[in-house]
Design a protein around this ligand. Structure first.
Ligand code: MF3
Ligand code: CO
Ligand code: CO
Length: 269
């Protein structure tokens, strides 16, 4: 497989799909409260995408080779769930943390973004993990410019996570994205500076670090999708879809409700 450089027309379609995905997260935010089930969150997001935004929820029936078709329209990963949590009957309770991951398809192109939500009163430890993971995402994004390498992104993320006492999940990574959900390259969240693929303007890929409070090891549940930490420690993830520009990067999955970058980065003021 190869890494495609997107045309101006494709980039414009990706901007639209990306904004829609972020706007689903804005829409669902007030519903993420103690007592709601992840299945209800899925249904609300599904209906919003299909009926209001008139886009396609990419996860529904998504079946990469070796997987059975994904049964829901979004992923909801709670507490020690790392990613690909399948929405169901479980009610969220105060103190939970949940990642909601939205991927839209609009006009044939994908937008992919996720955020962490604190349900009710989260512990100091849970809040710190979510904050550090958000910083990891943006420290990774800040590396993006033509001539930089994928190892620069991975290294910056790994350094920040590990100096905070956390570990980086190895088995899942960011990815090229466009007319297909998962394209080359693989964007791993660990590595060495100056190694790996050299970035070029008009590449589009996601950065989506999964950071564990405990050890990095993961396992898959019997549902064939949900990934959890082996040691049952908490896990967090944030995701944006990023375009490489001549000047550096453009985040394609912003919306009114998206968080601004951490202050310490002082990006393009
Ligand atoms: N949205 C996830 C990602 O960031 C992929 C979910 S695949 C699914 O790559 F089938 F579980 F939805
Ligand atoms: Co993704
Ligand atoms: Co995603």
């Amino acid at each position: 497989m190869s890494i495609t450089l997107k045309t101006p027309d494709e980039i414009q379609k990706m901007r639209v799909a990306g904004r829609l995905a972020a706007e689903v997260l804005d829409y669902i935010t007030p519903f993420v409260k103690p007592g709601v089930t992840t299945g209800e969150i899925d249904r609300l997001c599904h209906d919003y995408m299909v009926n209001v935004q008139q886009c396609i929820p990419a996860p529904l029936n998504y079946a990469p080779s070796g997987y059975k078709p994904y049964p829901k329209s979004i992923c909801t990963s709670v507490n020690h769930q790392v990613c690909h949590g399948v929405p169901g009957d479980k009610q969220l309770k105060s103190g939970d943390i949940v990642n909601i991951d939205i991927t839209t398809i609009k006009d044939g192109y994908h937008g992919d973004t996720s955020r962490m939500f604190l349900v009710g009163d989260a512990s100091i430890q849970a809040k710190r993990l979510c904050e550090v993971t958000f910083e990891c995402l943006w420290i990774g994004i800040a590396q993006v410019k033509p001539g930089a390498r994928l190892g620069d992104i991975g290294h910056a993320i790994q350094q920040h996570a590990e100096k905070s006492g956390y570990s980086v999940v190895r088995e899942f990574c960011g990815h090229g994205i466009g007319a297909r959900f998962h394209e080359d390259p693989q964007v791993v969240h660990y590595g060495k500076p100056g190694t790996g693929l050299e970035l070029k303007a008009n590449m589009i890929f996601t950065i989506e670090p999964m950071i564990n409070a405990g050890k990095a090891a993961i396992r898959e549940l019997a549902d064939g999708w949900t990934i959890v930490t082996k040691d049952h420690s908490l896990s967090a993830q944030w995701e944006h879809t990023i375009l490489v520009t001549e000047a550096g990067f453009e985040v394609m999955t912003l919306s009114e409700g998206a968080r601004t970058p951490p202050d310490f980065l002082k990006l393009n003021p």
